[in-house]
Design a protein around this ligand. Structure first.
Ligand code: SF4
Length: 237
């Protein structure tokens, strides 16, 4: 399964103002510049991803069997076309950035800690976008299509699916684990499952549809903007 390490997501930091909102004050700009400097100088971001396109082991049903694992993900079933596999991925920034955020809070530098944490969320989002683009390219090369995105804990994929998803993508190789409360460690990590198949239509749902944070979510707003300009693959959030 492909593993990609050493992604330079900080290079895209010039985009960060849009990710952090447009109401940035000069003070907030200074804090952001300082957070970026710390992240670069201390090499806090170890961005990496791993993914796998996993064919089904058994005839397709709402409870899916793939790669020796079982996932109940009926939302991925498509009204047309033929679902043949799952595209699974894990992304991480590694443990150093969250440790630094904790240290900043402990030092009572809360503003800097919060901005560094927001930047980390934006960088993790960027890693997610890259792995989705990579999986989409692989799938297209095989004459297939990819549709829908679920992350463990979303409506349609129970949080308890997390260990199975991580096993499918060999997350241990990236140092990503899940604890007994289904929390990923490092915390700045995320996993996802998408449908792969023949002639799948674009999904009419989004994992954001029922999210209570949607109205204020910068990630969702950014994806909508990218879809409107055609600069994003037709899958994802
Ligand atoms: S609205 Fe934002 S927080 Fe909610 S699921 Fe979508 S990307 Fe995640």
């Amino acid at each position: 399964m492909p593993v990609v390490r050493g992604l330079n997501v900080l290079r895209d930091a010039a985009e960060a103002p849009s990710l952090l909102g447009t109401s940035a004050s000069p003070v907030r700009d200074r804090v952001r510049t300082e957070a970026l400097r710390i992240a670069r100088d201390e090499a806090l971001v170890e961005a990496a991803y791993s993914y796998r396109i996993v064919p089904f082991d058994a005839p397709l049903a709402a409870t899916m069997h793939a790669g020796g694992e079982t996932l109940h993900a009926p939302r991925l079933l498509s009204p047309s076309g033929r679902l043949t596999a799952l595209a699974c991925a894990v992304c991480t920034l590694g443990p150093r950035i969250e440790e630094r955020v904790r240290l900043l809070f402990a030092e009572r530098r809360a503003s800097l800690a919060m901005v560094l944490d927001e930047l980390a969320n934006a960088w993790l989002f960027e890693v997610s976008r890259r792995v989705q683009d990579r999986m989409h390219a692989d799938v297209i090369r095989q004459g297939l299509s990819m549709a829908g995105e679920l992350r463990p804990g979303d409506p349609g994929l129970a949080l308890e699916a997390q260990p199975a998803v991580l096993r499918l993508v060999g997350a241990e190789a990236l140092g990503v684990r899940v604890n007994e409360r289904m929390l990923m460690q490092p915390h700045k990590s995320t996993s996802m499952v998408l449908g792969v198949g023949m002639d799948l239509p674009p999904t009419e749902w989004s994992r954001c549809d029922e999210c209570r944070n949607r109205a204020t979510c910068r990630a969702a707003a950014r994806v909508e903007a990218q879809k409107a300009t055609g600069s994003r693959t037709p899958t994802g959030v």
